[in-house]
Unconditional design. Structure first.
Length: 435
């Protein structure tokens, strides 16, 4: 038999511990109070029984025989009554195991009368005490023991107390877990590539300490990434000078296959260096001042520039929206997506859509080989290339999509890739009209 499953959430565990502790404490308190009340009530009832039996038997013994029957209804109680006969046939009672009521009766009149106790068969516990009055008349005390009565309002009070325990436990757990829930939500949205406002450092001391530690960690990560990008930008920038000198020297060489190969290698190196600088600068995409543009005219101008250079780029759809954005960063994002579509598909179709909620969607579609589903997220990593379709022979550096992703995040947009059903790739850029 396996162990009972332990709750997975901290809130459920705290609630279970608090509730179990409160119920245990409440149960012990109620049990002790109930036992004390039971003992007190039993002692009072036994004391009353002794006095009542002693008084009643003395009264009946002094009354004339003809008047005793008229007194019996007035002397009857809830648990016992008197009979002026020898009672019902029963079994002799073992006095060592006699109920407390029999012992009380024995103490009350046992010194003055010869008592005989018998158990009466039946569905309920019942016994009779037989004695003989001074005039020789038989007298039977018929006793039906019953539990000590409880107040009818006690179960309702118990239910109200349990409800209060549940409410108090829920409030305590909620107050304890709420800061941790906020902290966990903030950590879920933590992204070193998209800095967010510091976490709220209010709340209990432990949660505030954890929030300060996370804020310090986020600051260190941001500083590390900035330092890394600055190093990449500095190296890429400094490499351009020796590459330019090498190209000048190659230009002075006589025409030969080696000269052409050297020139091609230098062109590739220079392109890679420029892309490295562009990637490093993409982290500062938010430094450009935003301004309002006509999105339809902006995309039409971008597509026309490609068409003027003989590229197969088309535009469909319109939005009629004025967009608050950073035009140069947006142009670089869309330009990288269109360049990828042209490079791997030979053509690009730009689709513009806008819904009634103000959400704008710009899609760049190509007819290339697409990307394996398992690689759709990896292609956003710097210098990552899918060898089956996007390799060094195509001239790619693996930075185009990384730059596009960095700039789209700086613009507050969402960039995603998916394979089209009919073949090819769809690059989707989504943002609000007020972005």
């Amino acid at each position: 038999m396996g162990r009972l499953p332990w709750p997975r959430t901290l809130a459920a565990r705290l609630a279970l511990i608090f509730l179990a502790g409160l119920l245990l404490a409440y149960g012990l308190s109620f049990s002790s109070q109930f036992y004390e009340r039971y003992q007190t009530s039993r002692d009072m009832m036994l004391g009353s029984l002794e006095m009542d039996v002693h008084t009643t038997v003395a009264l009946l013994d002094h009354l004339p025989a003809e008047e005793r029957a008229s007194w019996l209804p007035r002397l009857e109680r809830r648990n016992y009554r008197f009979r002026l006969d020898r009672g019902l046939p029963g079994e002799p009672m073992d006095l060592d195991q006699a109920p407390v009521a029999a012992a009380a009766i024995q103490r009350a009149i046992g010194e003055h009368y010869d008592l005989r106790f018998e158990n009466i068969p039946g569905d309920l516990p019942r016994f009779q005490a037989h004695l003989t009055l001074k005039d020789g008349s038989p007298l039977t005390l018929d006793v039906t023991p019953r539990p000590i009565p409880l107040a009818h309002w006690l179960p309702l009070v118990l239910l109200v107390q349990l409800a209060l325990l549940l409410v108090c436990t829920g409030l305590a757990v909620r107050m304890a877990i709420r800061p941790l829930t906020r902290l966990a939500g903030s950590l879920d949205n933590l992204d070193p590539d998209a800095p967010r406002p510091p976490l709220d450092e209010n709340g209990p001391r432990e949660v505030a300490h954890a929030a300060r530690a996370v804020n310090a960690l986020q600051a260190r990560i941001g500083a590390y990434l900035k330092e890394r990008m600055q190093l990449l930008a500095a190296i890429s920038h400094d490499l351009q000078t020796p590459i330019t000198r090498m190209k000048l020297r190659v230009e002075q060489m006589d025409d030969s296959p080696e000269r052409e190969r050297l020139w091609s290698d230098l062109e590739e190196m220079q392109h890679l260096v420029r892309e490295g600088v562009a990637y490093a600068r993409s982290l500062d995409g938010a430094s450009e001042a935003p301004r309002r543009i006509d999105l339809d005219a902006f995309l039409d101008s971008l597509v026309c520039d490609y068409q003027d250079s003989g590229q197969r780029v088309t535009l469909t759809g319109s939005s009629g929206l004025q967009l608050e954005t950073r035009p140069h960063a947006l142009r670089r994002v869309l330009g990288n997506l269109i360049d990828n579509a042209l490079k791997f598909g030979g053509s690009a179709r730009v689709e513009l859509q806008a819904d009634e909620h103000g959400m704008v969607r710009v899609q760049v579609l190509d007819e290339g080989p697409g990307i394996p589903e398992a690689e759709l997220e990896n292609v956003f990593k710097p210098f990552y290339r899918v060898e089956s379709s996007r390799n060094r022979s195509t001239g790619g550096t693996g930075l185009g999509l990384a730059i596009a992703l960095q700039l789209s995040q700086a613009l507050g947009a969402r960039l995603s890739l998916r394979n089209r059903d009919g073949g090819g790739l769809c690059a989707r850029l989504e943002f609000g009209a007020s972005a």
